[in-house]
Design a protein around this ligand. Structure first.
Ligand SMILES: Nc1nc2c(ncn2[C@@H]2O[C@H](COP(=O)(O)OP(=O)(O)OP(=O)(O)O)[C@@H](O)[C@H]2O)c(=O)[nH]1
Ligand SMILES: [Mg+2]
Length: 199
C-alpha cells in the first residue's frame, strides 16, 4: 500500500546535565526506560517516527546534546549546524540549577536559530506531588504570559507521562495544522511507532 510522504523536522533537545534528555530519546525510540546515569558527550541523534491522526507519519531527527558542556559561542555554532526547525529545552523539576540554566540555553537557541518554535519541559514530575506540580505549571504560565518564557510541558520519562505533548505542539506549529495529533501506539509501554514502514 502506498504511504503518504513523510514530513521531516530537526529538533534540538537541550538543557543541563542529567535532566533526562537521553532517557527521552531512548524512550521514544525503543519504549524502554533505562534507570541509570550515562552522560552524553557531544551530541546523539535519535530518528523517531511519530504516527499522526492524518494517517501519515512525521519523522523527527532529535539532536540530544550532552548538558555537561558549557554554553556560549561553540554551543551556538553547534545548534546552528543542525538546521533546527524547533527546540525542546528540558530541566529537572527537582534540580534548581537545571532550572536556572533554562534562560541561558534559551538565549543560545535564539542566537543560533532566531525564529524557531521553542518549548520548555520540566521532567521527573514523578518525583513531586500533585500540589507541587500544579505550582510549577502555574509559575511557567505566569512567565509565559509576560513573555519571559515559552510554552511549558510537565513530563515524566520514567512514568511515560507527557512525552508526546511538546512534540505535538512543535509539529502543529511547523505544519500549520492545529488539529494535528500524535498518536500513541497500542502497546502499553511503547508510546511511539518507530518502524520505517514508509521509508
Ligand atoms: N525519576 C526520574 N528519573 C529520570 C527521569 N528521566 C530520566 N531520569 C534519570 O535521570 C538520570 C539522567 O538521565 P539522562 O537521560 O542520562 O540525562 P541527560 O539529560 O541525557 O544527561 P547528559 O547526557 O549528562 O546531559 C538517569 O538516572 C535517568 O534514569 C524521570 O522522568 N524521572
Ligand atoms: Mg544524555
Amino acid at each position: 500500500m502506498a504511504c503518504k510522504p513523510i514530513s521531516k523536522f530537526n529538533v534540538l533537545l537541550v538543557g543541563g546535565g542529567g535532566v533526562g534528555k537521553t532517557s527521552l530519546g531512548c524512550r521514544l525510540k525503543t519504549g524502554a526506560f533505562v534507570d541509570k546515569d550515562s552522560c552524553t558527550f557531544g551530541v546523539d541523534t535519535w530518528d523517531i517516527q511519530f504516527q499522526t491522526n492524518r494517517d501519515d507519519h512525521i519523522h523527527v531527527s532529535l539532536f540530544d546534546f550532552g548538558g555537561q558542556n558549557r554554553g556560549g559561542p561553540i554551543r551556538v555554532e553547534q545548534y546552528r549546524g543542525k538546521s533546527a526547525d524547533g527546540a525542546i529545552i528540558m530541566y529537572d523539576v527537582l534540580c534548581r540549577a537545571s532550572k536556572k540554566e533554562v534562560n541561558a540555553v534559551l538565549e543560545d537557541c535564539l542566537t543560533a536559530c532566531e525564529s524557531i518554535p521553542i518549548v520548555i519541559v520540566g521532567n521527573k514530575v514523578d518525583s513531586i506531588d500533585e500540589e507541587t506540580k500544579t505550582k510549577v505549571i502555574k509559575e511557567w504560565e505566569k512567565m509565559t504570559k509576560v513573555g519571559k518564557a515559552r510554552p511549558f510541558f510537565p513530563m515524566s520519562v520514567k512514568g511515560n507521562v507527557g512525552l508526546l505533548e511538546p512534540f505535538q505542539y512543535l509539529m502543529r506549529h511547523l505544519t500549520g495544522d492545529d488539529q494535528l495529533k500524535l498518536i500513541p501506539s497500542d502497546a502499553p509501554d511503547f508510546v511511539i511507532v518507530t518502524t520505517d514502514m514508509c521509508s
